[in-house]
Design a protein around this ligand. Structure first.
Ligand SMILES: C[S@@+](CC[C@H](N)C(=O)[O-])C[C@H]1O[C@@H](n2cnc3c(N)ncnc32)[C@H](O)[C@@H]1O
Length: 277
């Protein structure tokens, strides 16, 4: 099976939106409104959840009049949060059909269907016109993609001249031996493609981007990583959490991911780059 099919199979689960909405009703009451805030413990499907999205939005600074692209939009949590808080229109592209289905259902449930559009497709052949977006972002997607130059080339093509791209993802640490699988993005090395921060930077520059900022945030995020791992080990998954997307096995994967970071096998990067005007 080719990589993209394997990735979609890894993430895809039936009934994601139904499961999430049922859990929200149980937690908040049947009549409680479904808002981006109510969903936020569940639908930001990456390490550090909504906090990472807020930090990335603070770096990207989407403006209300801008068209924004989310590359690998998952079930749409970050896209809905940014549309709701920045007032912009967000287009999300994602490979996994069942994630796109869940994202559209949650867009409708939150009343954001006219502000967040979801398109099923590959980051390596973005189904969007050239120079269509003012800015773009991608959170914890590149780890599933072997062809990094292809990914950055497509992001570059989709941006207007002067457009911004914010990235938040894991890179390989200095020694990846003993890497613990499964992790949230992959059960095995077959769909996990980590490069070093230097390689990531070089790939971005080779695609034509100018680097505005490129930060190793491993150390500053480590206390939260450790707290979260300890909570998962002690209490298991919270009532409202990303296991509603990925199943209970996510807990083992999240613990492994934290251990990989703590033991120096991964480095967390937050970057802002621009397409020259
Ligand atoms: C860990 S999830 C992150 C989802 C979302 N960015 C978030 O932070 O909530 C990784 C996502 O990347 C998507 N993905 C992986 N490879 C992709 C590709 N080649 N093209 C488009 N999406 C891809 C997966 O389908 C999945 O939704």
């Amino acid at each position: 099976m080719e990589t993209e099919a394997q990735v979609a199979q890894h993430y895809g689960r039936a009934g994601i939106a139904e499961r999430i909405l049922a859990a929200l009703r149980e937690a908040n009451g049947a009549g409680a409104p479904v808002t981006v805030e109510a969903l936020s413990a569940i639908d930001h499907f990456h390490g550090r959840g909504i906090v990472a999205t807020q930090e990335l939005a603070a770096v990207l600074k989407p403006q209300a009049h801008e068209r924004v692209l989310d590359i690998g939009s998952g079930i749409g949590g970050p896209a809905r949060w940014i549309a709701a808080h920045c007032g912009c229109h967000v287009t999300g592209v994602d490979l996994t059909p069942l994630f796109c289905e869940a994202a559209r259902a949650l867009n409708a449930a939150t009343g954001l269907a006219d502000r967040v559009q979801i398109i099923e497709g590959s980051a390596l052949a973005l189904p969007v016109p050239d120079a269509a977006f003012d800015c773009a972002y991608s959170q914890n997607v590149v780890m599933n993609i072997a062809d990094k130059p292809g990914l950055y080339r497509e992001a570059f093509r989709a941006l207007k001249p002067g457009g911004r791209l914010a990235l938040s993802n894991l890179c390989a640490g200095p020694d990846t031996s003993g890497f613990r699988f499964p992790v949230p993005w992959a059960d095995t090395p077959a769909t996990s493609f980590l490069v070093t921060p230097a390689e990531m930077r070089a790939d971005l520059a080779a695609a034509g981007f100018e680097i505005v900022s490129f930060r190793d945030i491993t150390r500053e995020t480590m206390p939260a990583t450790i707290r979260n791992r300890e909570r998962l080990e002690r209490d298991g998954p919270p009532r409202l959490g990303a296991h509603l997307i990925a199943g209970e096995r996510l807990v083992e994967a999240q613990i492994n991911s934290a251990r990989n970071a703590e033991e120096g096998r991964t480095i967390a990067i937050e970057a802002l780059v621009t397409k020259p005007a």
